[in-house]
Design a protein around this ligand. Structure first.
Ligand code: URA
Ligand code: SF4
Length: 276
């Protein structure tokens, strides 16, 4: 009975319920005044869902705290699980190629995942570990980490790779196939772009592979163009600031960045401080 009540409360609060090995939410492991370093350390001990029993280690996000772009994948893959770093395997190499082709500076990019443990199952008769898609419940349980990363980094642009990331950010009704490559304003104060996951490009059948890769690169090029335009706007803003006397204030476009973050985080989750 007590357990049923617990599950009911967890669900009412938008949390995944606890089970025998997990508390039901990463929020239970959030440090009081998060910084990227303390978040990463705390996430290493996360038991918010049962995936900590399956993956080797927590794979936290990585990149400079000043990054303008936050890229969200689904979950670490086999290589990432072994190395403990995001996007270091084949999908990461394809992503790196697309970023370079889009003239997006790696120093402007923070990479992370919607779910921070590798979910896999053994392939019978082999030693291979086969990727398994995380459930909604696991995505929900892990969301506090992504939310805290977004709160601390306050990126100008969020790029979602694949449906899991896009739906974690934009809701379950979001369809990557219909909305890919489009700039979507979010109430996070960031522009969101969604595209396919680079793993899906790598998995495409030989006759579709080239097109899949070209379209993936094209989506990231749109992100690069958006960033270049925004840099231009910022430069003009700065110049206007300098020569303010000559420019009526109303002429200066409002800065879209640096607004308080608020979004789809389940209400129950604690809000991490943003000045640590
Ligand atoms: N795929 C992902 O979604 N994330 C990674 O970190 C690696 C592969
Ligand atoms: Fe915690 Fe996320 Fe790992 Fe689940 S997947 S144990 S919520 S870090």
């Amino acid at each position: 009975m007590a357990r049923l009540v617990h599950i009911q409360i967890a669900e009412e609060k938008g949390r995944a319920p606890a089970d025998e090995v997990s508390t039901g939410s990463a929020a239970d492991f959030m440090p009081p005044l998060p910084s990227l370093a303390t978040l990463q350390k705390a996430a290493a001990g996360c038991r918010g869902c049962r995936l900590w029993t399956i993956g080797t280690q927590t794979v936290f996000g990585e990149g400079p705290p000043t990054a303008r772009v936050l890229i969200v994948g689904e979950q670490p893959g086999d290589s990432e699980d072994r190395e403990g770093r995001p996007f270091v395997g084949p999908a990461g190499r394809l992503l790196d190629g697309a970023l370079e082709a889009a003239a997006i500076d790696r120093d402007d990019v923070y990479v992370t995942n919607a779910v921070k443990h590798f979910k896999w199952e053994p392939r019978e008769g082999t030693k291979r570990r086969i990727h398994k898609k995380p459930s909604d419940r696991e995505v929900r349980a892990c969301y506090p980490w992504l939310d805290a990363e977004l709160t601390l980094l306050r990126p100008e642009v969020i790029v979602c790779l694949g449906a899991t990331a896009a739906q974690a950010m934009l809701g379950k009704d979001f369809r990557v196939t219909q909305q890919r490559g489009k700039a979507i304003e979010s109430d996070r104060g960031a522009t969101v772009f969604a595209t396919v996951h680079p793993s899906s490009v790598l998995r495409a059948p030989p006759d579709a592979r080239e097109t899949a890769e070209r379209e993936f690169f094209a989506d990231l090029r749109k992100v690069g163009q958006h960033l270049a335009r925004e840099s231009g706007t910022k430069r003009i803003e700065r110049e206007r600031e300098v020569g303010r006397a000559a420019v009526p204030a109303a002429d200066v476009p409002p800065t879209r960045r640096r607004q308080p973050a608020s979004r789809t985080r389940p209400r129950s989750e604690r809000r991490p401080g943003r000045d640590a």
